[in-house]
Design a protein around this ligand. Structure first.
Ligand code: FES
Length: 104
């Protein structure tokens, strides 16, 4: 069921930081870029690489395994070898509570 789910306190992820949370068996990488939060599934669509362990350049996360790149704002593929977008989640902050729209 799609619903907003708490992922903890927003202040726990400072600007430039990232965190992985697990919701219903799904690992989600949450990034804070200049005070805005973005969340994607922590699973590269090329071969299941752990995206949160990759390098973030602006809004581009590079998979640490084979170098595919994705836009964390949309999940869109920006560089091969991945060809399928990663799953992207909407994020909101309510009274300091960071919430993910969990729709998987
Ligand atoms: S597993 Fe991510 S690029 Fe291959």
């Amino acid at each position: 069921m799609a619903e907003w789910v708490s992922a903890g306190r927003a202040e726990a992820i400072g600007p430039g930081d990232r965190e992985v949370v697990e919701i219903d068996g799904v690992y989600i990488a949450i990034f804070n870029v200049d005070g805005s939060y973005y969340a994607v599934e922590d699973l590269c669509t090329h071969d299941d690489g752990p995206l949160a362990e990759g390098t973030l350049d602006g809004y581009e996360i590079e998979c640490p395994r084979h170098g595919a790149r994705f836009d964390i704002r949309s999940g869109k593929v920006l560089r091969l070898p991945a060809v399928t977008p990663i799953h992207h989640f909407d994020v909101r902050v309510q009274d300091g509570d960071l919430q993910i729209y969990f729709d998987l």
